[in-house]
Design a binder for this molecule. Structure first.
Ligand code: FAD
Length: 445
């Protein structure tokens, strides 16, 4: 890419109606960053990366215009939702154009018979959930960033979150029912992909197609109740969490937090009592049983209230990676890992706790994996340099813990480390010039 190709691209695009173009230094920097700052390893690698042009289309015509211009002039294009990704997913490693999707936000159709919803990819998840709730439905899965994240960004960059205890992971078959995609070619095509064909774009960081609309399965709406259960010791809390997950209770969230984490969280779920804390979202009919099991375990039960009664952030914004966010607000030395714990969980957790002491604090999330309850962990880890973090990850692997490394920026390295040939094949079809988010799909490189 030369400065003249970028100038030529700019001159072509500036006459396109309903397409905003930004070239000021502040916008270029602002839209070249995401939440990778949580990783002291990614910061020095990604800080220098900067786009040369930002484009915000207000309709599909604008998306086509940008895609075609980038193909003609061989300029890299990185798609961006709200930029809340944690691994530099929307950081333009090779500069070029950032495509902001936030103005494409129409909820196109809610199928009354099935509850499946088709929505433009820039729609905020909170807005989508509000529309669904008016029709008696709700999102199955949401990241804790659901108020600021787009649905397209969640599909392309997210994986799980609130609801995973019930609905598993975003890549489990049945969630994503179809995609509308625009290709990056000199004559760009608009495709409608089936559920099966859409899978290769799910969690591919926008490397293999520009998603303009998403069709998703939804769930019947529930009035979730926020509950906090405080426990003196960790093993009791873990046992209680298992008990809740294995009982006949409707749960949408089950988060376990070390007492030293609870100490630094906002007090949205009750005062700090020096104890470990279990945070739950449950249906109203589960409250009595949750309370009874808590009291049997000599734990303290607090019904915080109905989630819908909140006017601002609620319990869900103390969980998933928001826990890390609050800990980093208290002390930016904290970073984190993302793990799937082996069963039983307690022994490996105690081993790591003994070895890393107060430099590692446990935070667990109950998830459904392969039809069974498992515990994912997002421990906060005190940053003591690359070697220390690598030593910790090596020790985790030794103990049979699966790591989803949040300190890397390729699709594969953040996942199971293997190339998904379907993702690469989709890139051949939708981005034959290899211009979409270059450097992120190892299988293509
Ligand atoms: P972006 O960050 O803008 O984009 C993410 C990726 O998707 C990028 O690679 C981008 O290029 C691509 N992309 C975006 N839109 C499109 C499109 N239309 N077409 C093609 N590609 C596209 N994630 C979870 O999964 N679960 C959590 O619980 C969770 N909690 C978080 C908490 C905090 C505090 C933070 C900082 C992050 C968290 N995340 C979580 C990560 C992130 O917030 C979510 O994955 C979110 O859904 C990303 O949406 P976004 O609109 O910000 O996407």
């Amino acid at each position: 890419m030369t400065p003249s190709s970028l100038d030529a691209l700019y001159n072509e695009l500036k006459v396109v109606s309903d397409l905003e173009l930004l070239r000021d230094r502040h916008s270029l920097q602002q839209f070249s960053r995401d939440a990778y700052s949580y990783s002291p390893i990614l910061r020095p690698l990604l800080d220098p990366c900067c786009a040369e042009l930002v484009a915000r289309p207000h309709d599909l015509k604008g998306v086509h215009a940008v895609a075609e211009a980038c193909a003609r002039h061989q300029v890299p294009l990185t798609v961006r939702g709200a930029g809340t990704g944690n691994y530099g997913q929307s950081v333009p490693l090779s500069g070029g154009v950032i495509l902001l999707m936030g103005a494409l936000q129409v909820v196109r159709y809610l199928d009354p018979a099935t509850g499946a919803v088709t929505v433009e990819s820039g729609c905020l998840m909170r807005d989508l959930d509000q529309v669904l709730r008016r029709q008696g439905r709700q999102l199955r899965l949401s990241p804790s960033t659901w108020r600021s994240a787009t649905i397209g960004g969640f599909i392309a960059g997210g994986s799980s979150g609130i609801g995973s205890i019930r609905w598993g992971f975003l890549r489990d078959p049945g969630h994503l029912l179809g995609l509308e995609v625009i290709t990056l070619e000199t004559v760009s095509r608009q495709l409608r992909l089936s559920a099966a064909k859409s899978e290769s774009l799910n969690h591919a960081y926008g490397t293999n197609g520009i998603i303009t609309a998403v069709t998703l399965a939804t769930a019947p709406a529930e009035e979730w109740q926020e509950v906090a259960v405080d426990c003196e010791n960790w093993s009791t809390m873990l046992q209680l969490a298992h008990h809740y997950c294995n009982s006949a209770l409707s749960l949408q969230l089950c988060t376990l937090l070390d007492r030293h984490i609870v100490e630094h969280l906002p007090r949205w779920c009750g005062p700090y009592a020096g104890l470990h804390r279990l945070l739950l979202l449950v249906t109203a009919d589960a409250l009595e049983t949750v309370k009874q099991l808590a009291l049997e375990a000599r734990a303290t039960f607090l019904h915080v209230g109905a989630e819908s009664g909140r006017h601002s952030a609620g319990l869900r914004e103390l969980t998933w990676n928001h826990t890390t966010l609050h800990m980093r607000a208290a002390n930016s030395d904290w970073t984190y890992l993302q793990l799937l714990l082996p069963q039983p969980e307690l022994a490996v957790m105690e081993t790591l706790q003994q070895e890393w002491k107060h430099h590692l604090l446990w935070h667990l999330e109950a998830v459904r994996q392969g039809g069974a309850t498992r515990f994912g962990a997002i421990p906060v880890v005190r940053w003591r340099g690359v070697n220390d973090l690598e030593k910790l990850m090596a020790r985790c692997r030794e103990l049979g813990i699966v790591i989803f490394n949040p300190h890397v920026f390729t699709v594969e390295d953040g996942g199971l480390g293997v190339v998904d040939s379907h993702q690469v094949e989709a890139k051949h079809h939708h981005d034959p010039l290899g211009l979409l988010n270059p450097g992120k799909l190892r299988g293509w490189m």
